[in-house]
Write a protein that binds this ligand. Structure first.
Ligand code: GCU
Length: 430
């Protein structure tokens, strides 16, 4: 600076350079889209292809069309999930009996899981599952099974919960990163309102998915390859979103062995990238009872075709480990895809589904998610359910089969979100 500008011009130079940085920042995709607001009226073309027509029976859906989309979503978007899986409990310990003002006990499991591709089994590294169980509950308790951006000890903030040792984490282990994340992305981005959840009568189970597939391009891809050694087609090898979704199912393997938990009320929860994995989990595992998927966006609830916000090209470039390579290939020809994300939601039918959104989170394309939800209505109707009832993005109906929630503000998990999630759960499980 000193070298190029004389002292009297330095002030101007600073203004110009800062202005340039600001212009680049404002022009960048996510920021530009945060400045605009999603329309509350559905707009854009309906999802395609149409999933069922007036002649389709439930048997046609279950025996032909459903398997077609299940396969196409693996082939074109997520990569293939294992042909078989199992979960082994290596260790279990009680962390606390009087946690959260004596409202709950906390247990920690060490697990390892096996994925079988083409007859070849591969094991994960050990990972931890922490379960928080309300004490005043009579009978089997419903469980919210969650994945978050941070390791379990950040998510639950209780002494004694193990810190992961083996990974590059996406949320620093010392808590400083967690605080910054809460400031930018809302008070519940890292830590959910655990006592509020317990007061509503739900247990909470949490795993940190980076423990078995790191949220990093190089190490994440290596773990994915290791786990799916028997799968030889590089184009359709599973990405992290599918593997994290599979991780939800491994948690269920444990919960379902335990009579304290209600097998009819095991709910997957996730925000953003884990909103995507929560959807994949339920789409591929019928044991999951319901889903809360908040701001899942591209590769989640939002349609790939005719989309706003993050494009397939952008997401596959920035996160090369999240999806099958084939998804990046389709970025050029999104309109030709034989399926789309509405089919992912339809695989969850007739189970309850909550889709969370924010007005200024156009990056996640709330309109694309709404149109996806609309397109699944005929599938829910095959099961004599109503599916989405609301006509506008803002008409939140907690007891609907598909409850679509949109609030003001941006990407994150803020004060209003958990009361909405719990209203949905209470409407379905109380
Ligand atoms: C990025 C990414 C999104 C993703 C989000 C998140 O913004 O582009 O697709 O949902 O991260 O996980 O927070």
């Amino acid at each position: 600076m000193r070298k190029f500008f004389p002292a009297r011009k330095r002030g101007w130079a600073l203004w110009i350079i800062s202005g340039l940085f600001l212009a680049i920042f404002v022009a960048s995709g996510p920021t530009k889209l945060t400045i605009s607001r999603a329309s509350l009226k559905p707009n854009g073309l309906p999802a395609s292809p149409v999933l069922v027509n007036q002649h389709t029976t439930l048997v046609d859906w279950e025996q032909t069309r459903r398997p077609f989309h299940k396969n196409a979503l693996q082939e074109l978007v997520f990569g293939y999930l294992p042909d078989g899986s199992s979960t082994e409990i290596i260790d279990k310990k009680i962390i606390a009996n009087t946690a959260y003002n004596n409202k709950a006990s906390i247990e920690e499991y060490t697990l390892t899981a096996t994925a079988v591709f083409n007859g070849m089994p591969s094991k994960t590294r050990p990972f931890k599952l922490v379960v928080v169980i309300p004490k005043n509950h009579t009978g089997a308790v419903p469980v919210i099974v969650m994945q978050t951006f941070c390791p379990n000890h950040n998510t639950l903030r209780h002494p004694g919960i193990s810190k992961p040792t083996n990974i590059g984490v996406s949320c620093g282990g010392n808590g400083l990163m967690a605080k910054t994340m809460s400031y930018v992305f809302g008070r519940y981005i890292v830590t959910p309102p655990t006592e509020m959840i317990l007061d509503h009568g739900y247990a909470l189970a949490t795993i940190y998915p980076s423990e078995f597939v790191a949220d990093r391009a190089v190490s994440g891809l290596a773990a994915l390859r290791e786990l799916s050694a028997g799968h030889t087609d590089e184009r359709t090898r599973w990405g992290a979103i599918a593997a994290w979704g599979w991780g939800f199912s491994r948690t269920l393997d444990v919960l379902l062995q335990d009579e304290r938990f209600d097998p009819g009320a095991l709910i997957t929860y996730g925000h953003s990238r884990y909103g995507k994995s929560a959807l994949v989990a339920a789409a591929f595992d019928a044991r999951i009872s319901a889903v809360i998927s908040h701001q899942s966006g591209t590769g989640g609830a939002s349609l790939n075709k005719y989309k706003k916000g993050e494009s397939v090209r952008e997401i596959t470039k920035v996160y090369p480990h999240w999806f099958a390579k084939s998804y990046a290939g389709y970025a050029q020809r999104e309109q030709d895809m034989a399926t789309d994300q509405h089919a992912l939601l339809a695989l969850i039918a007739p189970r309850p589904l909550f889709l969370g959104n924010a007005r200024r989170d156009v990056w996640s394309d709330p309109n694309g998610a709404f149109r996806a939800a609309q397109a699944t209505k005929p599938v829910y109707e095959l099961y004599n359910k109503q599916g989405l009832i609301q006509n506008k993005l803002s008409d939140f109906i907690p007891d609907a089969d598909i409850a679509f929630w949109i609030r003001p503000g941006t990407h994150g998990v803020v004060k209003e979100d958990w009361p909405a999630f719990l209203a949905f759960l209470d409407a379905h499980y109380k």
